[in-house]
Ligand binder design. Structure first.
Ligand SMILES: [Fe+2]
Length: 310
């Protein structure tokens, strides 16, 4: 099936306390590329193998967390289609003119039942991935890929209320599929839902929280587990606060490290996982196997991983 409609999570905007500290973390240490200048209170970053101008926006604020998550859709006309479908589901939609967000075409924005702001856009300026489009070769010039050697923005995990209603919108309005879910062993209640709009094991996931609009993590793709281990070495070298050292998720089967930016927002580097197709059945885990579902190399739940959100 060709990827049409929503293609991927293309933009995440998070709040940070201090732009200089954030530049050191995301730019100098992680090696994300500061790819746009325009606002005094924001930094714009991209991963090396992304074509769009930016995928991560950091906004100076007095508390950390997420401002919004943005999905890129294949065609401009999708925006009107989705706006109409969202209204049928009782979701209020705002149309945002082109240029409101840096180097971006028009957008729609709305709040999910979990309290998060979601945006959809079809157009954003592109500045390439460091290689020409004609006869590109296989690797960019030395020095372009630095730090943690990230490939691209991969997914987000958001915490909030009413995550079943979120999943219903993701699937019925946007055509996403649910790759995996974690439910209560006692009563079957949904605790975490993993949704994909592509062949990735997840583009977005929601974890049940008593409060809405919470941010669990933003994740960046790496090529392979060797790069994951290299990132772990740099995390140690720079004494970056670690939440979970290298391990493998049961859910998604991705190899992972969790760490925190200087404002307390959780970041992940992620690699591996399986190829998902729309007809792949949803995999279900229950809390009797919570250790294995979260961290399958030691089957151990980390309380911080479940409890710390911004
Ligand atoms: Fe993740």
């Amino acid at each position: 099936m060709p990827v049409t409609g929503i293609m991927r999570v293309g933009e995440v905007a998070i709040r940070v306390f201090d732009l200089d500290e954030s530049r050191k973390h995301y730019g100098e240490r992680m090696g994300l590329i500061e790819s746009h200048q325009g606002d005094d209170d924001k930094l714009y970053y991209k991963c090396p193998d992304e074509h769009d101008l930016y995928s991560l926006v950091l906004r100076k604020a007095d508390k950390p967390g997420i401002d919004y998550i943005g999905f890129k859709t294949a065609q401009d006309s999708d925006l009107d289609h989705f706006a109409e479908r969202l209204r049928e589901y009782g979701v209020e939609v705002e149309h945002v003119p082109a240029g409101t967000y840096a180097a971006s075409g028009r957008r729609i924005r709305f709040r999910l039942p979990s309290g998060h702001e979601m945006q959809i856009y079809a157009q954003k300026e592109q500045n390439g991935n460091g290689m020409p489009l004609l006869n590109p070769g296989t690797i960019p010039d030395e020095g372009y890929i630095r730090g943690f050697r990230t490939v691209r923005l991969d997914h987000c995990l958001l915490g909030g209320t009413d995550i079943d209603a979120n999943a219903k919108i993701m699937m019925e309005v946007f055509g996403m599929t649910m790759s995996e879910k974690l439910v209560s062993h006692e009563n079957g209640m949904s605790l975490a839902l993993f949704l994909t709009t592509s062949n990735k094991p997840h583009d977005i996931a929601f974890v049940l929280q008593p409060e809405g609009d919470k941010f669990h993590h933003v994740s960046f793709l790496l090529d392979n587990v060797y790069d994951l281990y290299h990132a772990a070495d740099l995390i140690g070298k720079y004494e970056i606060a670690v939440d979970v050292a290298p391990n493998r998720h049961g859910v998604t089967r991705g190899a992972t490290i969790y760490f925190f930016d200087p404002s307390g927002n959780r970041n992940e580097v992620f690699t591996g996982g399986y190829v998902h197709y729309p007809d792949t059945p949803t995999l279900t885990w229950d809390t009797s196997q919570l250790g294995k579902a979260t961290f399958s190399q030691d089957n151990t739940v980390r309380p911080s991983f479940l409890e710390v959100l911004t």
